[in-house]
Write a protein that binds this ligand. Structure first.
Ligand code: RB5
Length: 149
């Protein structure tokens, strides 16, 4: 899969770890930065380009990492077409895609270790949206918010 990844300083170490694991697993990874550890950088500078790429279909899914996963999630969801969530467990990593069509997983570099993060990323990438009528109906209601002023 073609996957985008981004992180600020709070998620930089975890991003580097996940980047290597993604490539070793055979994914094509686009790295939206940060490309070096800079303790004064800002997560929107990396998460917004990733989110725009996901929304435009330039990458199929995204992985966004900040210190907690919260800022990355809040930021990514401002981009129309993005359905991002902070994920800390395997069940939500899978069901978030199957039911809610999540297209960006957000992780906390200061809150989850690399093994748990990787398990969640693997579950996220392996899952597919169910296309179930009830979920399409709910997502249409969510998507309608993007048309509101
Ligand atoms: C940066 O210090 C930190 O606030 C950021 O990485 C993230 O945790 C925000 O949600």
């Amino acid at each position: 899969m073609r996957v985008g990844i981004a992180a600020d300083h709070g998620g930089f170490g975890l991003k580097e770890d996940l980047l290597a694991r993604l490539r070793a697993a055979g994914h094509e990874v686009v790295d939206f930065g940060a490309h070096r550890l800079d303790s004064s950088d800002d997560y929107p500078d990396f998460v917004i380009p990733l989110a725009r790429a996901v929304a435009a279909g330039k990458v199929e899914r995204g992985v966004a990492v900040c210190g907690s996963g919260v800022g990355a999630s809040v930021c990514a969801n401002k981009i129309p077409g993005v359905r991002a969530s902070m994920i800390n467990d395997h069940f939500s990593a899978r069901q978030g895609v199957e039911d809610d069509h999540m297209n960006i997983i957000c992780l906390g570099g200061r809150t989850v270790g690399p093994s748990l993060a990787w398990d969640n990323v693997e579950a996220f990438l392996a899952a597919e949206f169910s296309q179930a009528e009830r979920h399409l109906r709910r997502l249409a209601k969510v998507a309608s918010l993007e048309k509101d002023e």
